[in-house]
Ligand binder design. Structure first.
Ligand code: SF4
Length: 345
């Protein structure tokens, strides 16, 4: 819901200020799904506002619930027919919402289902915030234990190609008047836009940064991630050094372990060298992600390979963690999101 518009509307119609507070509480604290559920607000006011200010501007087109892990995926459709996917995950420490920032993605990484969709449009800040609001309503409705404690920009799209709306969305998500999720619990993942990395350090130094790295060989990276032809590893290295100098924050390097592509001892050695060459490297942390299978892709999931790769990095002093892959059975894991036409399950 666009609360700025609602605020202006209520003021213009002489409605007492505390009504806005009541509406905010109902939406963000109670997670109500309709105006009818807002019992504290008088019925005539609710009836007047309901058609002009829908709770969500999108509707649920499909919902899938993982049978093997705490992961749920929703396909949401906006008024113009644009469809995006958003994911709710729980690795044990509370629910995390993975949001999309674009409809499709122009970056076209070869291992990613979203990249195969092409690019349709950017999402607005409100459309991004609504993904978290959708899951807040879902958590309440389904009476799920634990609350939503973090948000990650790792869904469809490259967040730094929609920078202004992403920054606004983070403002809405972290606002005390809104969802109230602290900026230290929000993470933005980029495929490698040096300018975005440097701007984030100045604009939102509390927000966590993740860089999808996947290899430190420029030729290989350009093959996997065409963005590397514009901004190579040296550009990323400079941006990371500046980010670390400004924020003194840890940066996560995402490394999807793809069997036979980037998991050899030589790849590990090169990664160790690259990490060590960065000023402030003690703040770099490699997240190893077992590669998730994408339909029609040559990249296979590789059991145990991520652990073997981690065992090469750790003795060299490079911090590395093997991430648990959640939601792969419902195509909700990293690299698997695409606004498909799956039916409601
Ligand atoms: S991995 Fe990220 S940046 Fe690359 S195509 Fe997929 S959504 Fe876009």
């Amino acid at each position: 819901m666009d609360f700025e518009k609602l605020k202006t509307h209520l003021a213009a119609h002489g409605v007492q200020k505390y009504r806005l507070t009541q509406i905010r509480k109902a939406v963000y604290e109670q997670g109500v799904r309709s105006w009818d559920q807002m019992s504290a607000v008088p019925a005539p006011l609710r009836e007047e506002l309901a058609p002009q200010f829908p709770m969500l501007s999108c509707k649920l087109a499909a919902l899938r619930i993982s049978k093997v892990s705490d992961a749920r995926k929703a396909l949401l459709e906006f008024k113009d027919g644009a469809r995006i996917e958003t994911v709710l995950l729980n690795a044990g420490s509370g629910w995390s919402v993975c949001v999309s920032s674009q409809v499709g993605c122009p970056v076209r990484c070869v291992f990613c289902a979203t990249g195969k969709m092409g690019f349709k449009r950017n999402l607005s800040a409100i459309e991004i915030e609504e993904q978290v609001l959708f899951w807040l309503q879902h958590v309440r409705q389904e009476k799920l234990a634990q609350r939503i404690s973090s948000v990650v920009f790792m869904g469809m799209g490259e967040p730094f190609m929609n920078y202004t709306e992403v920054v606004k969305a983070i403002g809405l998500i972290s606002s005390h008047d809104g969802l109230g999720i602290g900026q230290r619990h929000i993470s933005v993942s980029t495929s490698g836009f040096p300018r975005g990395i440097m701007k984030l350090a100045s604009d939102l130094p509390q927000v966590n940064l993740a860089l999808s790295l996947h290899t430190v060989d420029d030729l290989e990276r350009s093959r996997l991630m065409p963005i590397n032809r514009r901004f190579g590893l040296d550009d990323l290295k400079k941006a990371l050094e500046l980010y670390i100098k400004r924020t003194k924050r840890e940066v996560f390097l995402e490394y999807a372990v793809m069997a036979g592509h980037n998991d050899s001892p030589a790849h590990a050695r090169k990664l160790i060298e690259w990490v060590r060459s960065i000023s402030g490297s003690y703040l770099l942390h490699v997240n190893l992600i077992p590669c998730n299978k994408v339909k029609g892709s040559q990249f296979e999931a590789s059991t145990g390979d991520a652990e073997r790769f981690a065992a090469r990095l750790l003795p060299a002093g490079v911090k590395a963690t093997v991430r648990k892959s959640l939601g792969h059975d419902i195509a909700a894991a990293c690299g698997q999101l695409a606004a498909g036409s799956e039916g409601k399950r």
